[in-house]
Design a protein around this ligand. Structure first.
Ligand code: NAD
Length: 520
């Protein structure tokens, strides 16, 4: 079977807009979603629940999340140990078949899941549609990859058979972020599951309803609940418990740098009752840059900068945050960018014409407002018209001094910094002067400079003459180096290898007669 990326709908067409409208508008009737803890076949609600508000109408309580505790984890571990053998002993064909069915199940619930995600996150419809397609792609791609890449290798010699094969690692704790609650959640769970591991997942607090709807699709097609557990709750409680449990073999984490580094530290400690070396996959933040060269096509530059910096309000690990522009086009680009930013339509994602929405919650809103105030004297442009209610942050452009933290810390919001460069090589030097190495863009018509960028820029994903977000499964395996992550490259050919370990059988086949018992 050939892998094909899932197509996306074009919401500039009235028929596509009206087909999802009814579902989107019907969601508030279901508020608040009550999210249970799912331990094997048992579901339960905690006494205390954590509330998540809608980002554009914070008076609406979208989700009440149950809070899993260490004893819930212990129960999942015991159930997992009983069921692991039957799951890992299933044929790869069967597990891949189930994952392909998950893709079909997701598609059958597409408008509903997408709408839940929009109400939880404030994501625009097209952004949500693209993300949903990525979730489908992950299922299909990993299902096929497991069949094609992980089959046993035989080396048969005279008198000796050697078989090299892969075995799942055991219990994988998947701790996921809120900014791609459909794609990243699906991919991070589907990968380890399809190759025969147990998954215990801890979704982000903010997007537990979206994650729960997706988990249901896995169970509904026949992936046993005993091998895929859902433990919502607070990161520093249940997330930390998963990381430190002596029987969790792999931590599959995507999130912030501080949490990721603390997980790496904790997982390196081997407790007295532990007989495994934990593996940690950490996909962390970015401080992503773009160089606009002297001869750049400025139309391409503007079209690339706007969605990269302000799409989903800059809340993407791949978002553009540092812009280095050649002195020959600096002023022209700056003026055009400021004009273009002022034309951005900001408001709730229920109006499909809006290009920028609210940030995820009040905490982010207050953090970003503080950064805006601290950098007020460096601002050169902003989108002026923004709604007064809801967690809206105006997309803003700054020219901060070289020693400003605006150049170094991940902001995770729609705030972009701009600096003049005298040469393309200076741009490359500035791009690489960062702790992060996730995405980067180059807008240039000079083949020599493009080649220099390919050779010298340190980024997991380098994009030339286009935007720097929206990696597509199989076409652009995604993930960074340096402090951006351990280089898992989600949606790429090596991803599943992270959840298996190689084993070798060697058999001496020079027989010295048969034993009577075995031939009868
Ligand atoms: P976060 O680190 O706050 O939370 C991520 C997950 O970790 C959540 O489920 C959270 O509950 C859990 N968690 C929090 N504290 C924990 C602890 N002490 N132990 C165990 N788990 C804990 O990140 P976020 O705000 O959800 O996501 C935004 C961050 O994720 C940004 O930095 C962004 O760049 C990064 N991100 C990276 C990628 C990538 O592929 N590199 C993709 C998406 C997001």
């Amino acid at each position: 079977m050939e892998f094909k990326n899932e197509p996306i709908r074009d919401f500039s067409l009235e028929k596509e807009r009206s087909s999802i409208r009814k579902t989107l508008d019907s969601i508030p009737k279901l508020f608040p979603f009550q999210i249970p803890i799912s331990i094997g076949t048992k579901e339960k609600f905690s006494e205390k629940l954590l509330a998540h508000k809608n980002p554009w109408s914070p008076e609406l309580m979208v989700t009440n999340v149950s809070l899993s505790k260490a004893n819930d984890l212990e129960e999942t571990i015991q159930i997992s140990k009983k069921h692991w053998y039957s799951w890992k002993e299933q044929s790869q064909e069967e597990r891949s078949r189930l994952l392909l069915k998950v893709a079909e199940k997701l598609i059958s619930k597409k408008d509903f899941i997408l709408s839940v995600c929009i109400w939880e996150t404030g994501k625009q419809i097209t952004e949500a549609e693209i993300e949903f397609a990525e979730a489908i792609d992950f299922c299909r791609y990993y299902a096929m990859l497991a069949l094609n890449k992980l089959s046993p290798q035989k080396t048969i010699l005279l008198g000796e058979d050697n078989i090299y094969y892969y075995q799942p690692k055991g219990i994988v704790g998947c701790i996921t972020p809120w900014n791609f609650p459909m794609a990243i959640f699906t991919g991070m769970c589907a990968g380890p599951l399809v190759v025969g591991n147990i998954v215990i997942t801890k979704p982000a607090e903010e997007t537990s309803a979206t994650a729960y709807e997706i988990a249901k699709c896995f169970w509904e097609v026949g992936i046993p609940k005993e091998v895929f557990h859902f433990l919502p709750g607070i990161g520093s409680e249940i997330g930390d418990a998963i990381v430190n449990h002596p029987e969790v073999s792999v931590i599959n984490f995507t999130g912030s740098r501080d949490v990721g580094l603390s997980i790496l530290r904790s997982a390196s400690i081997v407790s007295p009752n532990q007989s495994i070396i934990k593996k940690v996959i950490c996909e962390l933040g970015g401080k992503n840059a773009m160089i606009v060269d002297a001869d750049a096509d400025l139309d391409v530059a503007i079209q690339s900068i706007l969605p990269s910096a302000f799409g989903f309000q800059g809340q993407k690990c791949s978002a553009l945050s540092r812009l280095y522009v050649h002195k020959d086009c600096y002023q022209r680009l700056k003026e055009r960018l400021i004009d273009a930013m002022d034309g951005l339509l900001i408001g709730s994602p229920l109006d499909f014409g809006n290009r920028v929405g609210p940030v995820i919650h009040e905490e982010s809103f207050l953090r970003l407002t503080k950064i805006q105030k601290e950098n007020e004297s460096f601002i050169v442009g902003r989108t002026r018209s923004i709604p007064t209610e809801g967690f809206y942050i105006s997309p803003s452009l700054y020219e901060p001094p070289k020693d400003s933290s605006m150049w170094r810390s991940e902001i995770f919001g729609p705030l972009l910094s701009m600096q003049k460069i005298s040469s393309f090589s200076e741009g490359i030097q500035l791009v690489n002067d960062s702790d992060y190495a996730l995405t980067c863009g180059v807008i240039s018509r000079n083949p020599k400079n493009v080649m220099e960028a390919k050779l010298k820029i340190d980024a997991g994903n380098l994009y030339i003459n286009r935007g720097i977000t929206g990696a597509i499964v199989n076409r652009q395996p995604f993930g960074g180096g340096k402090l951006s992550g351990t280089g898992a490259k989600a949606g790429g050919p090596d991803y599943l290898s992270l959840f298996v370990e190689g084993r070798t059988f060697t058999e001496n086949t020079m027989r010295h007669g048969f034993s009577r018992d075995t031939i009868q």
